[in-house]
Ligand binder design. Sequence first.
Ligand SMILES: [Ca+2]
Ligand SMILES: [Ca+2]
Ligand SMILES: [Ca+2]
Length: 282
Amino acid sequence: MLLRLTLLLSVSSGALLANSFTFADFSSPANLGLVGDASVSSNLLRLTPALENKNGAAWYNSLVNVQAGFTTDFTFRISERGGFKPDWEPGVENDGADGFAFVVQAQGLNELGLFASGIGYYNIMNSLAVEFDTWANKPSYCEPNGNHVAIQSLGTLMNRPEHCAGTEFDGTFTNPNLAITTVADDLSNGTAYNARIVYSPGLFQVFLTDMSTPLLAANVNLANLLNLQNGQNAYIGFTSSTGGAWENHDIISWSYSEVPEPSTWLMIGAGLIAGGMIRRRA
Ligand SMILES: [Ca+2]
Ligand SMILES: [Ca+2]
Ligand SMILES: [Ca+2]
């Protein structure tokens, strides 16, 4: 059925094609914009290596239409943690840093935010980030622990990693956090974890391992929150960083599928009927 829908969409109109892509692995960097310390090797997208003070970003190198909704799936693995261990919250969860983020932004292909606590998305304007944070920063960041997932955005202003309002060296800000939760599984333990993000206008959901119950959800309308290009388009990808502690942040696979707009579904219906009529005649 899915195959038939795709075929009918292809023959009816190129403009109606659902925008989708799949990286079953990263044997080639084709269609990726790599920034900073991100690299592709050994079939992996390595956002940062397990070294001190690194940051990297990888963007799909074309704008995608996010306005009507999308689903994206990725598998990540965080390994070889090492470096500084803080004394304010000891424990395995604070070993290795800083995590990575899935980011939607309507700025450009060269975007890369700050390293260390910034997870590579701190200061990207006009963005929303889903951070997989593996390091508890200083108390003014309002982080629950060193192993949490959060949705962060300040709309068209520069994004920030704090989970509460505050004042830092670069100014006073409102709370950038839209949703946050701790994670039972240790994100940095070298396990390959499956994640899914499902957006429909008004609802942004994050799934981890369990694809039936969201780990995290927020009321988000991207077209209102961000200044999307042409009112509908954005770049999507990943950012990551290390600081005085580090780890490899790897993406193993990634797929994206734009959800057709309701008007498109009407066209699909028309296409199915037309397709049926053509087959009957033939
Ligand atoms: Ca955080
Ligand atoms: Ca950690
Ligand atoms: Ca952190």
